[in-house]
Design a protein around this ligand. Structure first.
Ligand SMILES: Cc1cc2nc3c(=O)[nH]c(=O)nc-3n(C[C@H](O)[C@H](O)[C@H](O)COP(=O)(O)OP(=O)(O)OC[C@H]3O[C@@H](n4cnc5c(N)ncnc54)[C@H](O)[C@@H]3O)c2cc1C
Length: 181
């Protein structure tokens, strides 16, 4: 559907033997090794979401500042201004959540819950922002001559890969409950 510059393929290891010196972590603990890498990746996918959301809304902001209807720039309409205000506010909050998770990771502190919160919020908000940005451009947002239709396709997978939004909530809730048990 989107992100066509990034090829997606299944990788299968069936009865695959590797030399001892190529072993990562302990024998038969591969799932743990793989899963432990996901938290860092979530900061990456959250940041990717933020980037797509910002690209989309920055483009739409320029557009509404030029497009005229009813004898004036559509950016003059308060309804349009509120859509911009909400979109940029959501993305700024996403940026701060991402920075917080990255800061904890840099300092060697536990950051799994923070990474899941940041990825959940950034990917969901970026999806909403791309919807808003496309809406702000009307029909021009939907056609391929403008970049919004691509941003809207590219952002969709952000709430799915590197753990779906539902799974991020499972991780966050598990961590929250562990804190009091
Ligand atoms: C473009 C693309 C690139 C990808 N790249 C990679 C990659 O590089 N490496 C990699 O390992 N994987 C990759 N994936 C796989 C991706 O991580 C998975 O698709 C994703 O984790 C969801 O798993 P699933 O597709 O098996 O969905 P399912 O697990 O079948 O989930 C289906 C639905 O059920 C929900 N669900 C499942 N379990 C629960 C639960 N316990 N509680 C509530 N809801 C639940 C999910 O949230 C989802 O809405 C990629 C996928 C895509 C589309």
């Amino acid at each position: 559907m989107g992100q066509h510059a990034s090829a997606t393929n299944e990788v299968v290891f069936d009865n695959c033997r590797i030399p001892k010196d190529a072993l990562m972590g302990e024998l038969n603990q591969g799932f743990k090794v793989a899963v432990s890498e996901l938290a860092g990746g979530r900061i990456g996918i959250g940041s990717l979401s933020l980037g797509i959301g910002l690209a989309a809304i920055d483009y739409a902001r320029e557009y509404v500042n030029e497009r005229e209807q009813f004898g004036q720039k559509i950016a003059n309409f308060q309804g349009i201004q509120w859509m911009l205000a909400d979109a940029y506010t959501d993305l700024e909050a996403a940026r701060l959540l991402l920075m917080n998770a990255a800061d904890k990771k840099d300092k060697g502190l536990p950051f799994g819950k923070e990474a899941s919160m940041a990825k959940l919020f950034a990917s969901e908000k970026a999806n909403q922002v791309c919807y808003t940005a496309l809406q702000l451009m009307g029909g021009a947002g939907y056609i391929k001559e403008y970049p919004l239709e691509r941003y809207a396709r590219d952002v969709r997978v952000a709430s799915i890969y590197e753990g779906t939004s539902e799974i991020q909530r499972v991780i966050i809730a598990r961590d929250l409950l562990q804190e009091i048990n």
